[in-house]
Structure formats: C-alpha cells, structure tokens
Ligand binder design. Sequence first.
Ligand SMILES: [Zn+2]
Length: 257
Amino acid sequence: MNQIVIDTHLHLDSNKYSNPSEAADALEQDRKAAGIDHCIVLHLLSQNWSKEEFSDALSDYPSLHGFVNVHPEHSNCLNDLEQAIKSLQFCGLKLHPRLQEFSIGSASTKALVRRAGDLGVPVLIDAFPDGTHIMQGFDALSYVKLANSCPDTKIIVAHMGGHHVLDFVMLAKRVPNLYFDISYSFLYYRGSSVITDMIYGMRSMKFDRIFYGSDYPDRGLKATLDQSIAVFDQHTVSALEKNKILYSNASEFFGFS
Ligand SMILES: [Zn+2]
C-alpha cells in the first residue's frame, strides 16, 4: 500500500507564474503526480498576491488549504486575520519574522498570535536560522516565550528550528502548544549531524507533534518526498513512525480524514 502523505509547508511559485491561479493549477498537477493527499499552502505578502487573490486561486482545489500571511505591526492586522479566516477560507496564520522583519517578542505579535488562537487556527512561524536570521538575534527561547504567552494558540515551528533543533525539542517537552514541520532542514543539512539530531528529536518526542513538509517550489514535491523517505529509511525509522510524520499527525491536527 502506498504511504498517504500530507505536505504541511509549501508555497505557490511566483517566480514561474505571474498569477496565483496558474501557480495553484501547477501545484495541483504536481500534487497529483507526487501522490500527496493534502497541502498546506502558505501565502506570503512578499509575493504581492493579495489574500483575496490567493484564496480565490486555491478555492478550485479542495486538497489545497491556505495559511494567510499578515504583518503583526500593521494597524489592521487583527481584522485582516479575522476576515481571512472567517470569509476567505484560510485555515491558519503564517508569520515570517526574518523576511517580514518584526520582533517575535513584541506586544503586537503576541496580540496577533492570541487572536489566531481565539479564532481556533494554528500559527506557523518560520524558524530557519540562516545567517540573516542569526544576525537578527534568532533565539529558540523567543518562540517558546511567545507560545507560553499564547497558551490557547497552537504554534508550528517551521523547519524544526534548523540546527537549533535540540533546543527546540527540549523546550517543546515543557510547552504543549509547540509543533514542528521538518521542511527544508531535513534535506538542507544532509551530510551534517543535524539530520541525526532531527531524528533524535523525533524519537525523543515519540514522533508526535511533528509534520512533514517540502517547502515547494524551492524543492520539488516528488523528489523531496522520495529523498525524505530515503533519509527515514537510512535511520531505520519504522513504518508506523514514518506514517505519523508523513500523515497521521497532520491529519489529526488539521482534521483531514
Ligand atoms: Zn517556506
């Protein structure tokens, strides 16, 4: 039997396509070809597609589900989020502190993340510590402080925190509303000890609260899936454990059946 897969971290391709409908159609073709059941597609303000255009583009495809990107320091952000969730079929909030250049510890970020919890939707926050992010003061503790101050909001730490994965995992054991996706990092750090650390982190969390993601279109859907499964197999991750990461954790979290 083929493994059922949910990809919880990908984007529309704005380099190749000038409008979101074409990009969504291309993603849908790739999704079918890769045999992926559901996709969480992250809207980005930097792509210059409004949330309305983005939502409209996804609306033709019941397997594509959007997370809206708003800026925590914009005066209308609470209303923008509420409108996106209540009227535009978005099912979560995406935040990118590095690209959007905001402080994860600010009062406005807390207010926005709390509002997501009030609206019953999760928040996915970029946590890839590249040189820029480290220079901006990347710190696992800031994510955890935010999670602690918004206990009713489920927070997904994207990319499993990159090479800070061990700090994140140790902290997640104390903070029940923290979740992870393994996108990008799981292949980016191949050849380094970070992959072993990610697998160690998954094992120490009993493979709970961790989701698969590809970060398409930076990486191809099918190639990323095949290569990720190969890494799991190299580390003798069992079929049951793989199923939790690739499918069942996300299907329960997002309520897909
Ligand atoms: Zn991404």
